[in-house]
Design a protein around this ligand. Structure first.
Ligand code: ATP
Length: 135
């Protein structure tokens, strides 16, 4: 079994898609083992997206992720990391994500792609520690 960090980003929360995302996670057979709605401090945003520091969209990304409440969750199950990325769909909601995925069904723009899921066991460990230090 494996754990992954899932975020419903500010666009997803604003659009009232929390239930939709959690429902898909549960229907897939994954377990939600931690869940918190929170406002993201700038420092946490910078640490979370450290790998994108220096990229042209980094400033906009930080501004966006700190612009409203985010739902953070730790999701657990067999191959949870790949399983959630399958549910999410590709980063670009139109060019990469297919219908039937969260981004494919609800997204239009890469910056506003609704959810985040860890992309590797190393990222998952790092991100879970960052968002849920007491877990
Ligand atoms: P996430 O890390 O949020 O799950 P991802 O792994 O699919 O997304 P990354 O390449 O890690 O995609 O990019 C992280 C986030 O940065 C994307 O989800 C998106 O919100 C934003 N982003 C990535 N590329 C662009 C871009 N070209 N323009 C605007 N925003 C972008």
């Amino acid at each position: 079994t494996e754990r992954t960090l899932v975020l419903v980003k500010p666009d997803g929360v604003q659009r009232r898609l929390i239930g939709e995302v959690i429902s898909r996670i549960e229907r897939k057979g994954l377990d939600v083992v931690a869940l918190e709605l929170r406002t993201v401090p700038r420092e946490l945003a910078e640490q979370h997206y450290a790998e994108h520091d220096g990229k042209p969209f980094f400033g906009d990304l930080l501004e966006f992720i700190t612009s409203g409440q985010v739902l953070a969750a730790v999701v657990e199950g067999p191959r949870a990391i790949a399983a959630f990325r399958q549910l999410a769909g590709g980063t670009d909601p139109v060019e990469k994500a297919t219908p039937g995925t969260i981004r494919g069904d609800f997204g239009l723009e890469t910056q506003y792609n609704l959810v985040h899921g860890s992309d590797s066991p190393e990222s998952a460990a790092r991100e879970i520690k960052l968002w849920f230090p007491n877990l």
